[in-house]
Write a protein that binds this ligand. Sequence first.
Ligand code: NAD
Length: 433
Amino acid sequence: MNIAIIGTGYVGLPTGVAQAELGHTVTCIDNDPVKVEMLRSGLPTIYEDGLEELLRSNVAKGRLRFTTSMAEGVPGKDIVMIAVGTPPHPVTGEADMQYIHAAARELAPYLDGYTAVVIKSTVPVGTGDAVDKIIRDANPTADFDMVSLPEFLREGFALHDFFNPDRIIVGANSERAKKTISELYAPLAHKTKMLFVKRQSSELIKYASNAFLAVKIHYINEMADYCEKTEADIAEVAQGMGLDSRIGNRFLNPGPGYGGSCFPKDTSAMAYMGRSQNIDLTLIETVLRENDNRKLKMAARILDALHGIPSPRIAILGLAFKDGTDDCRQSPAMEIIEALLKHNVRITAYDPKGMPNARLALGDKIAFAETMEATLKDADILAILTEWKEFATLDLEEAKALMRRPHILDLRNLLDPANVCAAGFTYQSVGRQ
Ligand code: NAD
C-alpha cells in the first residue's frame, strides 16, 4: 500500500520505518526541515533500539522517503496518517489540538482518489468528527473516511511493539475504511487481535488505558510508602499481587512517580475531558495531583539525606523518563532535579541516551558526566532516578572510593540491598527496608 505519515516524532518515525519494513511504500512528512534532512541522510532523530538499521535499509530499498512537503507526500496515497503532537495546555491540561487541525488543513487540498485519513495521535473523543469537517470544508469533493488508530507503543520498545502488538484498535465507521486498515495490517494479522469499534470509542480506549496504567503505578507507589513504615517488602508484595491473573504482574514497580510524554499528558487530558462533561473523575484527579507531589517528596528525600552538609554534591544516574529511550519530557528525574536546584546543591548527572535532550532543557544548571564513574567523583550522595540496566552493574568498591560519602538513594530499586550494605554504603530504596 501507499502510505503518508505526517509527523516523524517518537510515534511517526518508528511507525513509518516499520510500515516500510512490512513492505508498504511510505512517505514521512515533517515540517521541521532539520529533521527531514537528518532522516534523508539515514540518521534517526530519536533513539530507539534497532531503528537506525531499519531506517537505512528501507531507504536503500526505495520504500521509505522523507519530505517537508504535503504537495509531494499526500497525493496518490491509500492512507494518510496524522502523528503530530497533542501537548497539554499548561493550566487546564486539555489536549492542544492546534497541530492536528493544522495538519488536517494542510493535507486536505492534496487528497485524490479514495483515502483513509487516520489519526494516530492521542486525541479527545470527537476529534475525528472535527477533523472530518476541517477536511470537507477545505476540499468538499475529497473522497475519504476518518479512522482512529490509537498508538500503544512503549518508547524504548517501539519497533518490538509495532511488530508484536497486544492488539490493534481500529475506530472506523465505514466498511471501506475497515477494509483498508485490515489490508494495512494483513502482515501482522496472524499474531494479534484487531478490534473494530466506533471511532469515538477508539479515541477513548487510548486515554482510558493510559489513565488506568497511571492509577496502577500510583497504587503500587502508595503500597511502597506503607511498606516503608512496616516490616513488609514491596518487591514481595508486588510479586504476590502480580500472581493474581486479574491484577497481572506488570506496572507494579514502585519508583519516583510516572513521567514521560504520555502518562502525565493523557491523565491530565482525561481529567479535563471529565470536567468538561461535568463528570468528576475523582480517581484520576487524585492520581494526577499525588503523582506530581511524589516527585517533590523524592527530591525532599535526597535533601534530607544531605542535611547539614554545606553545598552538597549530588550524583545522579538517569535523566530519561525510563530506560531504553532518550526522551526526557516530564521525566521524574528532570522534575526532581528542578526541585533540587531551588536549594544550594551542585549536581552532576549521567544518562546513557538522555543527555542531549536533558542538556537542551537544563543548559548549564547542572554538570553532565560522560560515564557513571565520572558522575560519582566527590559526591555526597548518589541518586538513581532511571531504571537503566547498566546502573545495576555499578562497581560498588570503585563507587565508594570515588564518593565523598557512601550514600545511595535508589529510587528504582535496581540494586541488591544486601550487596550495597555489605560494600559499606548507607542505602535507601523504595518500599524496602
Ligand atoms: P513528537 O513531538 O515527538 O513528534 C511530532 C512531530 O510532528 C514533530 O516532528 C513535528 O515537527 C511534527 N509536526 C507537527 N506539526 C506538523 C505538521 N503540520 N506537518 C508536519 N509535521 C508536523 O510527538 P510524539 O511523541 O511522536 O507523539 C505524537 C502523538 O502520538 C501524540 O498525540 C502522542 O500523545 C501520541 N503517542 C505518543 C507515544 C509516545 O510514546 N511518544 C505513544 C503513543 C501515542
